[in-house]
Design a protein around this ligand. Structure first.
Ligand code: G3I
Ligand code: 9MR
Ligand code: ZN
Length: 566
């Protein structure tokens, strides 16, 4: 059996629901005093077995306890047989939850660690002990870059580029425009909305320069992304080697890195995120702000002159593809941001592109992932104090959000974990889906979208998603390194695998359970037909269930900032 909890804990004034796989009584014990604070009966929420874990689930609600402290939940058993039970130790282990706290602002340390983690992805510089602690490495990937076609054609004396910088995307060393823009989007919007709780120092090289560290860290990626624009305003889709490096430290990777062709998704995401950055950094660095909007204008012109330009990997090359069959949502985000930010620009053109794409029926209007960015347009429009896009557009976004929120609330009712996920949602990077739904709930809250049927507030609903991420799941596993008694420990990340240090850096969100797991280690470790919520292998080789990426941390930064901000 299992007793599953958020391994960080619960806010004093919020719901405190524990999930278990067995009926019976459960007691909440204060771990410091040993005092039993409350005994509650487990309640069966579903008639059928839980569709995500394929097990019986029960919930135990300790919400009435508000007192700050460290706690643990135990199953109340008939103690008389315990002394004879040889498997007593194991049994005891299985019949208690991990420890957790009841407190205020419980995700403050988590938010900081999620943010600091990005520093460890910095490419083109050394990570020094002063900032990196034990996780140092020498400078990496500083060699000149060439075009893919010059590489393929073995051109003599090809044109070279200095494209140092940016964040490594993930466990690989690639740097990808759309992935980077989306990660920046999550963080910069979070800063705009919840800046008050994003002022903390991160101990990075720029600390103390008068700019909040989270913006300093984002600047490292922005300065790199700025350089990916070509002379015509096109933006290269990615910068990687021809294939992924073997497991080596970043500084040992001497493969030739290349610029891959322009895609219209990369251009549109670039426009959106440069406009957003121009707005956010205006008061810290007016010169950078001006440069960012100029670059955005240039790429916007490219969008006006070009239709959809897709991206597929060159035959034989298999670094991340980030393919996308349409760019309407990216254009919508670009136009929404230019309309809001660039008041002295070509407003009529921004408006026209915005109108065209908001009315495109294929655009969902509620997504925040690397492939579908329409939710960022909603976020930008609905948080614009000047209401630049107008009431009709606002209403359209609000209706779409309301519909999706109602669907997700109904989904939460259909599983034992109050999770806004169906069995089919356990895709590669399912934790991003969980977190992006958290962003949607936060946006619905900010935009005052009525919650007609639910008994919980948006804030409570969002907490429920975080509780899953932090251990209240069928594997009893916290999906953030360093946070929780049973936090996963072996992220698919080359430095983690090769640095010889036992513990991984803290603050990394795992991709999470993937029901069609496809890497050799997951295939070896997990049985075929495993329940969706259990398709996670905490193994360094399992890239399809246990990798890290910048854009799986970034939505967690948004969600924790939202939850910490009230
Ligand atoms: O688009 C289909 C959808 O129509 C279908 O319903 C769904 C069902 O599984 O699949 C969807 O496609 C999935 C796609 O992501 C979009 O979600 C693919 O199956 C899935 O394999 C694909 O996974 C991506 C993976 O790369 C493989 O391409 C992940 O989202 C993406 O995060 C991951 O990104 C990698 C980079 O390539 C390289 N760097 C590391 C990074 C993280 O693992
Ligand atoms: O480490 C790579 C990871 O970032 C990618 O998500 C994954 C899928 O593209 O590929 C990983 O690299 C593997 C490569 O594709 C095949 N050989 C083994 C590599 C490391 O496990
Ligand atoms: Zn590097």
């Amino acid at each position: 059996m299992g007793i599953f909890t958020d391994q960080i804990g619960f806010e004093s004034n919020e719901k405190k629901i524990i999930v278990t796989t067995e009926p019976g009584s459960y007691k909440l014990v204060n771990e410091d005093s040993g005092e039993c604070v409350l005994v509650k009966e487990a309640v069966k929420k579903l008639e059928a077995v839980d569709p995500l874990s394929e097990e019986e689930t029960y919930s135990v609600d300790f919400s009435e306890v508000n007192k700050e402290g460290k706690y643990r939940v135990y199953k109340v058993t008939d103690n008389t047989d315990d002394s004879q039970d040889k498997s007593n130790d194991n049994k005891q282990d299985a019949e208690k939850s991990d420890t957790f706290v009841i407190s205020e602002k419980i995700y403050t340390d988590l938010q900081r660690a999620l943010s600091k983690a990005l520093y460890f992805q910095r490419c083109g510089c050394a990570l020094e002990a002063k900032h990196a602690g034990i996780y140092t490495h020498k400078v990496c990937h500083t060699d000149p870059v060439i075009h893919l076609m010059d590489f393929v054609n073995k051109t003599a004396n090809p044109k070279t580029f200095d494209l140092r910088g940016g964040w490594h995307d993930a466990g690989d060393f690639g740097r990808y425009s759309t992935a980077g823009a989306v990660a920046l989007g999550h963080i910069l919007y979070a800063y705009e909305l919840f800046g008050d709780v994003m002022q903390g120092e991160l101990n990075i090289p720029e600390t103390g320069n008068g700019v909040p560290d989270i913006l300093n860290e984002c600047r490292y990626e922005l300065d790199w992304l700025l350089k990916l624009q070509d002379e015509e305003g096109g933006v290269y889709h990615k910068l990687t080697a021809f294939t992924h490096a073997p497991f080596i430290m970043p500084e040992e990777d001497k493969d030739q890195f290349m610029l891959y062709p322009v895609s219209s998704m990369a251009v549109a995401d670039y426009v959106a995120v440069m406009a957003l950055a121009s707005r956010i950094y205006a008061k810290f660095d007016p010169e950078f702000s001006k440069l960012a909007i100029e670059k955005a204008r240039k790429s916007f012109k490219w969008l006006q002159n070009h239709g959809y330009v897709g991206f597929t990997n060159y035959p034989g090359s298999h670094t991340g593809e980030y393919g996308d069959s349409d760019d309407d949502d990216e254009r919508l985000w670009a136009a929404a941001e230019m309309l809001r930010t660039d008041k002295t620009g070509d407003v009529a053109a921004y408006r026209a592109m915005f109108e065209k794409n908001i009315n495109d029926e294929d655009v969902t209007l509620t997504s925040f992932g690397w492939g579908e960015v329409s939710g960022f347009a909603a976020l930008s429009v609905l948080t614009d104090e000047n209401h630049t896009a107008g009431e009709e557009a606002e209403n359209k976004f609000k209706e779409a959000i309301k519909e999706e929120v109602l669907r997700l609330i109904s989904v939460m009712g259909q599983n034992g974990y109050n999770l806004a996920m169906t069995p089919g949602d356990f895709v590669w990077g399912s934790n991003m889906t969980v977190l992006n739904r958290g962003i949607l709930f936060a946006l619905a809250d900010i935009a005052n979208i009525e919650l007609p049927t639910a008994s919980m507030s948006y804030r409570e609903i969002t907490f429920e998603q975080m509780h899953y991420l932090l251990g209240r799941n069928a594997l009893n596993r916290s999906y953030v390194t360093g946070f929780g008694e049973h936090a996963y420990k072996n992220p698919h990340n080359r430095p983690t695998a090769m640095d010889g240090i036992e513990d991984p850096m803290e603050g990394w969100v795992s991709g999470g359970p993937f029901s069609h797991f496809c890497d050799a280690d997951a295939l070896r470790i997990l049985e075929k037909g495993t329940a969706p919520m259990k398709c996670h292998a905490d193994h360094v080789g399992s890239y399809s269930t246990n990798e890290i990426t910048i854009y799986w941390n970034s939505p967690a930064i948004f969600v924790t900032a939202y939850l910490n901000s009230k």
